[in-house]
Design a protein around this ligand. Structure first.
Ligand code: ADP
Length: 516
């Protein structure tokens, strides 16, 4: 009998998660009819209790890893990135605007503020944000310290006052990052994302106009210009990442370097907490990274969102958020009777014993979930087609429930399947892509090795720098027009290949490098 998978939503939300899971044939947990542990996925927008992790059964999944608050609260992020900057150098950790946690750092802020005032040049602006609020609440921008007024813990951050604009409007990128595991670190980034626009033209002379300076949808959807046509931006305040890619194509810019820098931001930020996140393999985390790009095409990290908003305000939201969830939770009713990759059966959850009340409402069912083993020997990795050099999706895997292993397609060569890597190096290679999620870490043999057992942060950073230096060398002004297709291999060591997250059709990193 086809099994039902059961989900629990904390506080009845988010609605889109319920919608997607029900569409995929899941059942919602009902405590009147089920035992406490009788569920497969527990989704909550807030933190789980420590004890929830210790009580986890093999068939259960949580949508958060413990301790990710180290990067998702503004003050913790500031502190962690400051520590990384001190340890690994300001040249590496140069992607987040300098910030101070007030009231504690007030004296340091004052010193920096005065120092900046002495430097000749355009004025310097600052942005003040409450540490534990979101959606633009309580934020203001100031130039003069006399305008800094706060009554709770805040961070004051250098305001990036020269953002790249589209038709005069400021925007930032919302990048969806899925951390499959912190130990070993395994990171995927979704191919789609959102571009969030301000709804009034950018003007430094009007610092108080939040519709001009903040890109939060929660603010801009109430703007009087929300529905107005705004040049290339159009109506509303959102684009899909695909539309942004199209926009970039029309510009004379070094796209690959921009994408790689965004990749670096994601990895370097996660490295700040990865060694201290306890290992719970049945968890997954979906984070929203907010990235602002300045006129020199330098991406800046503004913040990392825990439980990024899943409200559907417009068509771009439906395209991006719903699709992303479908990919993330890609398991159908018919997929539910699963076997482990090696063909072993998991112990059954016996309905007759588990059911609290035999109300007759719940059919007899068998539910299996393999432990999440994307990184473990035996998990199948993606395959590469011999003639097209594009990867097939690992169509039967999903990021929450783990791999299922039917790969289809014509004339495929195995690409470093996990099992072959295991024999060769003692470590398994996670699939290069899972649906529309592209693996961005580990991205080569050295980072795979450095992330096993104890995470070797220094080696990982060196590898990131090497890759970025190659891309940057290849994208000097005289070689600015980059074609993203038809690239050839140069860098691969023939045993471990990764896709390059960013461009529409991701190519092998090695191919990107050689073709530049
Ligand atoms: P929240 O969690 O309230 O959304 P954010 O840090 O994301 O707080 O800031 C909200 C918005 O303010 C961002 O989306 C961006 O448009 C703008 N913003 C935040 N920090 C900066 C900064 N340092 N420089 C320029 N704009 C910023």
């Amino acid at each position: 009998m086809a099994a039902s998978l059961v989900f629990r939503l904390h506080d009845r939300g988010p609605e889109v998660v319920r919608e997607v899971l029900l569409e995929r044939g899941w059942e919602e947990y009902d405590r009147r009819h089920r035992q406490d542990e009788d569920w497969n996925l527990y989704w909550r927008a807030s933190l789980f209790h420590k004890s929830d992790y210790y009580k986890l059964m093999p068939w259960q999944r949580l949508n958060h890893h413990p301790k990710t608050v180290g990067i998702t609260r503004k003050d913790f992020l500031t502190r962690n990135l400051r520590r990384m900057r001190t340890t690994f150098g300001a040249g590496v950790y140069d992607f987040s605007p300098i910030a101070f946690i007030l009231p504690n750092d007030y004296t340091r802020f004052l010193a920096e503020y005065n120092r900046q005032r002495m430097i000749p040049g355009p004025p310097i602006y600052w942005i003040c944000k409450p540490v534990d609020l979101s959606r633009g609440r309580g934020i203001f921008i100031f130039e003069d310290i006399k305008d800094l007024v706060y009554d709770s813990s805040v961070i004051v951050q250098r305001y990036i006052s020269n953002p790249i604009l589209i038709s005069g409007y400021k925007f930032d990128l919302r990048i969806y990052v899925c951390v499959k595991s912190f130990n070993p670190l395994t990171v995927y980034i979704h191919q789609e994302g959102l571009v969030r626009f301000a709804t009034e033209k950018y003007q430094l002379s009007h610092l108080g106009n939040l519709y001009s300076h903040l890109t939060n949808t929660s603010i801009n959807k109430f703007s009087p210009f929300y529905k107005t046509e705004k040049g290339k931006v159009g109506q509303g305040c959102k684009w899909t990442m695909s539309k942004f890619r199209h926009f970039l194509h029309c510009q004379e810019v070094s796209e690959l370097l921009l994408w790689q820098r965004i990749n670096n931001i994601v990895t370097l930020t996660l490295l700040a907490i990865a060694p201290s996140v306890p290992h719970f393999p049945n968890c997954v985390e979906l984070l929203g990274f907010d990235i602002l790009i300045d006129v020199k095409l330098k991406p800046w990290l503004l913040e990392v969102n825990f439980s990024p908003a899943l409200t559907l305000d417009c068509q771009a939201d439906i395209t991006v958020k719903k699709r992303k969830l479908h990919k993330c939770l890609k398991v159908n009713r018919s997929d539910a009777s699963m076997t482990l990759p090696q063909g072993e059966k998991l112990p059954l959850l016996k309905p007759e014993k588990r059911q609290k009340k035999s109300s007759g409402l719940i059919p007899r069912y068998h539910r299996y979930l393999p432990p999440v083993e994307i990184n473990k020997p035996g998990a199948k990795s993606g395959m590469v087609s011999a003639n097209t050099t594009t990867y097939s999706d690992n169509k039967s895997a999903d990021l929450i429930l783990g791999p299922r292993t039917k790969l289809t397609g014509v004339k495929k060569l195995p690409l470093n399947t996990a099992s072959s890597q295991t024999r060769e190096r003692g470590a398994a290679v996670p699939p290069p892509r899972v649906g529309d999620f592209i693996r961005t870490f580990p991205f080569n043999s050295a980072t795979l090795k450095a992330s096993q057992e104890i995470l070797d942060v220094r080696t990982v950073i060196q590898e990131l720098l090497k890759l970025t230096a190659k891309l940057s060398h290849c994208s000097r002004p005289n070689r600015r027009k980059i074609r993203l297709d038809g690239v050839r291999d140069s860098e691969g060591d023939g045993t471990f290949e990764s896709l390059f997250w960013g461009p529409k059709d991701p190519k092998l990193i090695s191919h990107c490098l050689q073709h530049l």
